[in-house]
Design a protein around this ligand. Structure first.
Ligand SMILES: Cc1cc2nc3c(=O)[nH]c(=O)nc-3n(C[C@H](O)[C@H](O)[C@H](O)COP(=O)(O)OP(=O)(O)OC[C@H]3O[C@@H](n4cnc5c(N)ncnc54)[C@H](O)[C@@H]3O)c2cc1C
Length: 302
């Protein structure tokens, strides 16, 4: 049997940011059997799944935990009468394109959202008022240390604003998404106008991780960043977007350190000026607990 693990595997090409160091161990999982065997082999030791790396910043020094990526079988999409069943490795644009073509309601909220179904389930991806779990009937998952597939409902996954309540390292395998048929023209219009507005207001011409910070209750984070005058601020190869101040862009050659410096300064100044402690939406891998605390990411401390 060939060695299934890749060692010292660069993660930057697996992220939208194209930033960050290597994973000590990396493995692609093609089938459910392989995924179950892998979780069994890891025997409760910490690991993390990676999808499209569209909401991820990997530290320059890399990560010492194993990283798992879903391929092959996990990219299957099946259209049913009133639902779409999608593997967690499916690219979100492929799912959205299917729903749009089949005139299914609700998927326009995921237009122009990069990444995979697995990442979307973990992050409860969507808009401020809508998350993918709003249409998830069930999702199959593997929990660390429990090598048996568990079928979760939304009530069990406890989705919230850009997160779910499942333990860190939970590996989503597939989901059944409610997808009622709609009026073809109305569905098409919803997709087109949502995409147009999103692409007009957010930067798609440079690598990013999407929104860096969660919106504090009742606030828009970009307004706070604007108010402290940090729109357009650059550190090394990273820059706070001129178009949308909650995006930090890789302008070419940015390091994770550059992005973190901008995050640190933004958070410190927003706290000083408004007394609001921003919380990162982006997942931060390979950062020590002290830095995570400084960045307001206590929820990401292992
Ligand atoms: C330009 C741009 C626009 C964006 N717009 C939006 C938006 O409108 N709304 C929105 O919600 N997000 C948005 N995002 C963020 C991102 O697209 C979503 O969070 C997406 O769901 C991330 O999916 P991913 O597969 O890339 O996850 P990754 O970035 O690979 O991982 C994110 C988290 O999900 C976990 N994960 C990944 N795969 C799995 C799996 N199979 N099982 C369990 N956990 C897994 C990872 O461990 C990590 O904790 C945007 C990003 C960009 C770059």
């Amino acid at each position: 049997m060939p060695e299934p693990w890749l060692f010292d595997h660069p993660l930057a090409p697996h992220t939208r940011y194209r930033i960050g160091g290597a994973a000590a161990r990396f493995r692609e999982l093609e089938t459910e059997r392989e995924a179950v065997a892998c979780v069994q082999e890891l025997d409760g030791r910490p690991y993390k799944p990676i999808g499209g790396g569209a909401n991820l910043l990997v530290a320059d020094r890399g990560v010492d935990f194993p990283v798992l990526a879903l391929t092959s079988e996990f990219r299957a999409v099946e259209v049913e009468e009133d639902a779409i069943v999608a593997g967690a490795g499916t690219a979100l644009p492929a799912l959205v394109q299917t729903a749009r073509r089949e005139a299914r309601c609700d998927f326009h909220h995921l237009e122009a959202v990069p990444g995979t179904v697995g990442g979307a389930l973990r992050m409860n991806a969507g808009t401020r008022d809508w998350g993918v779990w709003d249409v998830v009937e069930w999702a199959d998952a593997l929990f660390p240390g429990l090598p048996a597939v568990t079928r979760l409902t939304a009530a069990e996954a406890q989705p919230g604003y850009r997160d779910t309540g499942v333990p860190e390292g939970t590996l989503f395998l597939r989901a059944r998404l409610r997808a009622a048929r709609g009026d073809a023209q109305a569905v098409e219009r919803a997709h087109r106008s949502y995409r147009e507005e999103k692409v007009r207001n957010q930067p798609y011409d440079r690598a990013s991780c999407g929104s860096v910070w969660k919106n504090p209750p009742g606030q828009s984070v970009w307004r706070l960043i604007d108010a402290i005058g940090m729109r357009g601020t650059r550190r090394g190869g990273a820059q706070i977007s001129e178009l949308h101040a909650n995006f930090i862009l890789n302008m070419g050659g940015a390091t994770a350190g550059d992005v973190i410096e901008l995050m640190r300064e933004t958070r410190r100044r927003v706290l000083e000026r408004f007394g609001i402690g921003l919380v990162p939406e982006v997942r931060l891998w390979g950062c020590d607990p002290e830095l995570l605390r400084e960045l307001g990411a206590e929820d990401q401390i292992p």
